[in-house]
Design a protein around this ligand. Structure first.
Ligand code: AMP
Ligand code: GLY
Length: 437
């Protein structure tokens, strides 16, 4: 469904999309609808994304090589899906060579890269979040923990692939977490630890598109982080999502924008690090209103797989406006339809996923009305699709209610023939319960 745009328009350009997950596959699906796209290059991509553009061999950590590629191939915008290249300063290094990229600079990416930085910013700007202290030595952290008591939350400061957070129900558990983090359980990220109050409520994810000055809403979602049905078992990158999350009412959305997102953008400007790109706020909706749990500097995965199919707008155009600082008067349009995404993971995820198993039946799943399958940890071996990672496939369904999107998504999931994989069977349960009133 292309959007209106003039053929031969000089605003048409080549794009380099960086990433290989379900999130980037969903971004690619949205970008190829744009009349402003000429050619889509993808690095490193996956077999599903290879059907949408040209997969290129590029070492994304080698910023000079990425810039050289962009110069040689007339790339007008680099779209960066995951957080690591942003935190490593890819946007800055491209800008130094006059190449435009979508996403925050290294200084702005600290909102995700350092929990301590973000907590201090919240304190300085009166942004609602859990009460906290930062520690660089174990005994002070242990004193604080015993003074506050359980439940309490212990976090390693830097990126720890979602594993650096312990929500401790007992004092012993909290003490063990503090000791493990200072003993280097998370490598360098544990050199500093944040201990914070345990917030009570329901979690929701809020997405804003930012141009350094202003933020415009990019809808809401709810993720399912635990591996097992009923939200049990270890944390994962996310086992499923739905969008929008009706628990974020228009009134709560106003509070999120006024009390959290807008002051954050002001703070980043005042720090000389204006924030551009997607700002993803992980929130706890408490009895005192929404409170920030954490920021991410990118789309969520699998939240993007549920949000982007609902976008009735030109994603490329929006990303260009955000990167150019010209989002004023742009309100991204979304369909009123609900979307729900089920993640299919390789058995034994998140510990040590079993890879190399064969996957069949994707065509059958995609043939269902309103169903989109995106790939993540997959590879093609002699024409056969195999699991090559932890989270492997995402099945998204659109419908008028979350309950019917859920039914549709699981019908499509059941058409996939992959004995080596598993999924949760209860994605969207909170919203389905709300719909059933
Ligand atoms: P994070 O990596 O900061 O997103 O934390 C992972 C998960 O830990 C969050 O999605 C929450 O479920 C939980 N969590 C983190 N901080 C808190 C907190 N202060 N209170 C309650 N739960 C939290
Ligand atoms: N689904 C959680 C994240 O993308 O961080």
């Amino acid at each position: 469904m292309p959007f209106a745009g003039a053929e031969g328009d000089e605003r048409i350009m080549n794009i380099l999309l960086i990433g290989s997950g379900g999130r980037e596959h969903a971004i690619a699906n949205a970008l190829v609808k744009s009349p402003r796209l000429r050619r889509l290059f993808i690095a490193p991509g996956n077999p599903g994304m290879a059907q949408l553009g040209d997969v290129v061999e590029l070492d994304v950590a080698d910023h000079r090589a990425v810039a050289d590629f962009c110069r040689q191939n007339g790339v007008g915008l680099v779209v960066i899906g995951p957080e690591q290249p942003l935190i490593a300063g890819l946007v800055d290094d491209l800008a130094a060579r006059d190449i435009l990229a979508f996403g925050p600079t290294k200084a702005a990416a600290r909102l995700e890269g350092s929990k301590g930085f973000t907590k201090d910013l919240c304190r300085a700007y009166n942004i609602p979040t859990a009460e906290y202290e930062r520690f660089d030595n174990e005994s002070a952290a242990l004193d604080y923990v015993s003074q506050k008591g359980a439940p309490i939350v212990v976090k390693a400061d830097g990126l720890a692939a979602g594993k650096g957070v312990v929500v401790a129900r007992t004092l012993e558990e909290a003490e063990r977490a503090v000791k493990a983090m200072f003993a280097g359980a998370f490598g360098r990220s544990g050199a500093e630890v944040v201990v914070e109050e345990c917030l009570e409520g329901e979690e929701a994810s809020y997405f804003a598109l930012c141009d350094g000055e202003i933020a415009v809403p990019l809808s809401t979602a709810q993720d399912h982080k635990r591996v097992g049905d009923g939200d049990v078992g270890p944390n994962t990158g996310g086992m499923g999502a739905y969008s929008p999350a009706s628990i974020v009412t228009p009134q709560i959305e106003r509070q999120i924008l006024d009390r959290i997102i807008t002051p954050t953008l002001r703070a980043m400007r005042e720090l000389g690090a204006p924030y551009k790109g997607v700002l993803y706020a992980g929130l706890m909706l408490t009895s005192e209103g929404p409170k920030l749990i954490e920021y991410n500097n990118r789309f969520g995965d699998p939240e993007a797989q549920a949000i982007l199919p609902r976008l009735d707008d030109d994603l490329l155009d929006l990303m260009l406006a955000a990167s150019a600082g010209s989002l004023a008067n742009r309100t991204p349009k979304f369909s009123a339809r609900r979307a729900l995404t089920v993640v299919l993971a390789a058995k034994n995820y998140p510990a040590t996923p079993i890879t190399g198993t064969e996957i069949r039946g994707l065509r059958e799943a995609e043939a269902f009305d309103g169903v989109i399958v995106t790939q993540a940890g997959t590879r093609l071996v002699e024409g056969k699709l195999q699991a090559a990672g932890g989270r492997v496939l995402n099945v998204t369904a659109l419908a008028d209610t979350v309950a019917s999107a859920q039914a549709r998504a699981y019908r499509a999931v059941d058409a996939i023939d992959w004995p080596g994989g598993f999924c949760r069977r209860d994605i969207g349960w909170r919203e389905v319960a709300r719909e059933h009133g």
